[in-house]
Write a protein that binds this ligand. Structure first.
Ligand code: HEM
Length: 158
């Protein structure tokens, strides 16, 4: 029961995080391209600020529930007298998931902070440069998420 709740929370957090990244890349960004820089960058700063508040929670839930599930399986396996070793797709998910959280931390606490400061100071070229770095990080994380999802879901289905 607890394991099922952890897994449900884990997947819901990922749906919110990954779905949000694809929305930003494929819907929001193309739609605001024709706006003047001050309006576009202010809108992106305000939208990303709200999205990143959600990702703070989603990334924490992903990490905590993932490690908790591993802990529960490891404990039950050791208690039954067997030795615990993780399946290959869990290794990949854990390693790439931690990379995703670290990339997100750089996006949020370095590049987004710089963008926020530049938008407030109306320094549009600096804000645009910070947004370009955020975009690279989001592309990287979306790619990593796709790799994890294909490997984990494929592995579970075969
Ligand atoms: C941050 C480190 C992470 C850890 C430690 C972790 C760990 C786990 C564990 C132990 C499970 C349970 C697997 C099972 O019961 O078969 C799981 C399920 C899952 N994880 Fe992660 N995970 C992490 C990050 C991620 C990320 C970033 C994604 C996607 C982008 C992801 C996608 C999934 C999915 C879709 C499932 C459900 C798989 C299924 O039921 O077949 N995880 N995760």
């Amino acid at each position: 029961m607890l394991y099922a709740a952890l897994k449900t929370l884990h997947v819901l957090a990922i749906v919110a995080w990954v779905g949000g990244m694809f929305f930003v890349m494929l819907a929001l960004r193309p739609a605001v391209q024709s706006l003047e820089a001050p309006l576009r960058l202010t809108l992106m700063r305000d939208t990303l600020g709200r999205f990143f508040r959600m990702v703070n929670v989603a990334a924490a839930i992903t990490l905590v529930t993932g490690i908790w599930m591993i802990g529960r399986v490891a404990k039950a396996t050791v208690q039954s007298g067997a030795s615990f070793s993780m399946p290959a797709e869990w290794h990949l998910m854990t390693a790439l998931g931690i990379v995703m959280v670290l990339v997100y931390a750089v996006i949020r606490f370095r590049h987004f902070k710089a963008m926020d400061r530049a938008v407030t100071a109306q320094e549009w070229p600096a804000a645009g440069a910070a947004l370009a770095r955020i975009r690279m990080g989001v592309h990287l994380n979306a790619g990593l998420a796709l790799v994890i999802l294909v490997v984990v879901v494929w592995g579970g289905a075969t």
